[in-house]
Design a binder for this molecule. Structure first.
Ligand SMILES: [Zn+2]
Length: 409
């Protein structure tokens, strides 16, 4: 699930304009009103979404430390100074939030929650506890290992997921993004909670972090949030560099395939890539149904467009490859572009009615953040309307001109 999540939805581009000021607050001022509209039944207009995001992920791990961020992320939920057991942490999460989750991706680690506004202070207390005062008690080591090993097992028993993992290792080779964030069985078994503790306090907490809040916050709440987190002294982490050149890659075994297009990220606009993703989606041959999926992701240093699925048994691999080339490389028509723009606008309107999706969108937008990520949804919709035909066509032309490589697994 995690991989699917990263590949189809995630990708990150952390950008902090103030290198010595480690927090950037994105108060989504105009979305306050939207939340008050109570468009989505069951979600209180008094709800708030909050995310703490560290510019630290699998990219910061080596072969030996692969998975440490993930292990530490599990360990922080096992007990904190004020909530010294896993039960106490769970009870508090149950009591004050709708949900609270943490995830490690290739380029970042995020801890995010949606909750009733009345618990605002309780939630920032909880986040502060989890992030800055986790216990990493030796007696929790086994429980964490068990959880993470179960996740690893799950990701390996799914044929598609393990295929993608293997493909990713080859494709990302040399980019610094080989690790997917989950870790390896070997590292999980051989490492211990003291190492994860050291990793958390010595590395993760020294990276830049951001807080994204979605909801109607009072000035006092903003000040409190600021005071609680802003005084944490954090060092600036090294910037990851990628030596990837522009390329198209096709990876397959006999039944599964993954088609990728990677290029250095030179200011590709977030919303434009949403439109491109939609055009590619529109072109997916209906006859294969949901067996083929396409996604688009912006990483810090490069852009990825990908398509993956199950190879139709009737087709030969090369024929299928031709079909994919058509999907990815033929110039878009005016009608296709218009339809894609409308559907991205519709998606943005839908997202704005669900607090959790809205928060997630802002997290992603903020990480992509090349354009429009810190603007409210209405402005992002206006931006989509302004995307020109020429911009989208240039994008496809670039894909077409790219060298092509086939990798088999
Ligand atoms: Zn996990």
């Amino acid at each position: 699930m995690l991989l699917h999540y990263i590949w189809f939805n995630k990708g990150a581009n952390f950008y902090c304009p103030f290198p010595f000021f480690n927090i950037k607050f994105c108060y989504m001022a105009k979305t306050k009103k939207r939340l008050n509209l109570k468009i989505y039944p069951g979600v209180s207009p008094q709800a708030v979404g909050l995310a703490v995001i560290f510019s630290f992920g699998a990219k910061n791990e080596s072969k030996k430390t692969g998975g440490f961020t993930h292990l530490a992320e599990h360990a922080i939920f096992q007990g904190t100074k004020k909530l010294p057991s896993v039960n106490k942490v769970d009870q508090e999460i149950e009591r004050i939030t709708f949900d609270l989750e943490a995830r490690v991706a290739r380029e970042y680690l995020k801890i995010f929650s949606t909750f009733p506004k009345e618990y605002f202070h309780a939630v920032i207390d909880l986040l502060e506890q989890l992030i800055f005062f986790p216990l990493f008690a030796p007696e929790n080591e086994l429980a964490v290992k068990k959880e993470v090993l179960a996740e690893l097992k799950k990701s390996r028993t799914d044929k598609m997921e393990s295929f993608i993992t293997e493909g990713a290792k080859k494709i990302f080779k040399g980019t610094g993004l080989e690790n997917d964030g989950l870790g390896t069985v070997k590292n999980v078994k051989q490492s211990n909670i003291r190492q994860w503790r050291k990793w958390w306090y010595g590395k993760v907490l020294h990276s830049k972090f951001s807080i994204i809040a979605v909801g109607k916050l009072t000035d006092k709440e903003k000040t409190d949030l600021h005071q609680r987190f802003a005084n944490r002294k954090c060092a600036v982490p090294p910037v990851s560099k990628s030596n990837i050149s522009e390329q198209r890659i096709f990876v397959s075994d006999n039944s599964l395939f993954s088609y990728l297009y990677l290029k250095p990220n030179k200011g590709i606009k977030k919303l434009n890539s949403e439109v491109v993703r939609d055009i590619i989606g529109q072109r997916m041959p209906k006859k294969y149904g949901s067996k083929i999926k396409a996604g688009c992701a912006l990483f810090k240093s490069f852009e990825l467009i990908e398509c993956q699925g199950v190879l139709p048994t009737a087709s030969r691999r090369l024929e299928f490859l031709d079909m994919l080339k058509d999907i990815f490389c033929s110039p878009p028509t005016k009608k296709e572009i218009e339809r894609a723009k409308q559907s991205v606008i519709k998606e943005l309107q839908d997202i704005s009615c669900h607090l959790d999706e809205l928060l997630d969108w802002y997290i992603r937008s903020y990480f992509y953040s090349i354009e429009g990520g810190d603007k409210d949804i209405n402005e992002q919709i206006r931006q989509v309307r302004r995307i020109s035909e020429g911009e989208v066509k240039t994008f496809f032309r670039r894909i077409e001109k790219t060298k092509f490589r086939v990798v088999s697994i």
